[in-house]
Design a protein around this ligand. Sequence first.
Ligand code: T4K
Length: 368
Amino acid sequence: MDNPIFVTRPALPDIDEFLPYIKNIWESGILTNNGPYHIELEESLCKYLNVPYISLFSNGTLALVTALQTLRISGEVITTPFSFAATTHALWWNNIQPVFVDIEADTYTLDVNKIEAAITPNTTAILPVHVYGYPCHVQEIEKIANRYGLKVIYDAAHTFAAKYKNMSMASFGDLSVLSFHATKVFNTFEGGAIICHDKATKQRIDYLKNFGIADEVTVIAPGINAKMNEFQAALGILQLKKIDDYVLKRKQIFESYQNALKDIEGITIPQILNDFESNYAYFPILFDEKVFGKSRDTIYENMKTKNIFSRRYFYPLISEFPTYRGLKSASPNNLPIALRVAENVLCLPIYPGLDIADIERILSFLKN
Ligand code: T4K
């Protein structure tokens, strides 16, 4: 049997490059709570992403939960069902009701033309997702938010190092939330961050991720423990030196797939939009069963028998989970495009260490 190929594998530096960082942590005894590597990584990320303020987190989910707390979001929030579970779960953990709006057929992001119809007197915010790193219609979303007095928090978990209109994709909205999970373009083992635009908000986020503690005798809010530790931050510092190389390798794989699959009938491949510099985080393809001759699920299962583990991100839709399927906005009639995409999409393996022979194996399977 051929070696297994997974949808992703973490990009990591050479262990010898990481060991001096571990030694320093051991010798200093500073393991967490805004240590020197944490401070250095925040500064380096602000420069790399060209954003004013960033606050690091132990993971992206707690960053999402805290972002909602930061802006005191409540009531109803408009969001997409076509995402990873964490997006909507962050609302649930804040006792906020998700209101699902359908996605667009070409970008798979929130359909801006359907947002206004979902707004009620209880709506306080919009939580869109730059899914697969593809940019949402940020300007239109901002206009709607301004007209109705809503906040915008982007789930930007997939966007590290991607740019839209020459701006970091993490710079949009009132807040943007990143994930640095092992499966992401930039990983710190686990990790995440909130990007914000002013010092006072950064201060509030920093309190909230540290139990709400402002000083030894002052706790300003029921915060949580969501701090990034020094090991994660040290890895981040090292990863940042390599990120451009990681993205370049992903781009080469992305283009190999694109060239090889573009003429196969029944497969739609993502198009890179104007003004968008991708990070090539995912390679989703959409099957048209009638034209291709086989369903997405058949292909997915057959691939597994060849030891190729692609993934059906994001199937099932979040709106189909038992927790959410009773909501009015979760009705399949409300989400026809999201349903169609979720039932036909397959993400092919893409990561810097994927070698040419593996790509050939995947392509020859699809072509045959
Ligand atoms: N918002 C969005 C839009 C997200 O996509 C995510 C996370 C979040 C928020 C939340 O951020 P975090 O709290 O996670 O920072 C994975 C990840 O666990 C999850 O982080 C990610 N989205 C999601 C899209 O993918 P699974 O269930 O597919 O993970 P798993 O363990 O099946 O991993 C997929 C493949 O990756 C494995 O088959 C092999 C490889 N892998 C995985 C891990 C964890 C490795 O090679 N090494 C590893 O350490 O969810």
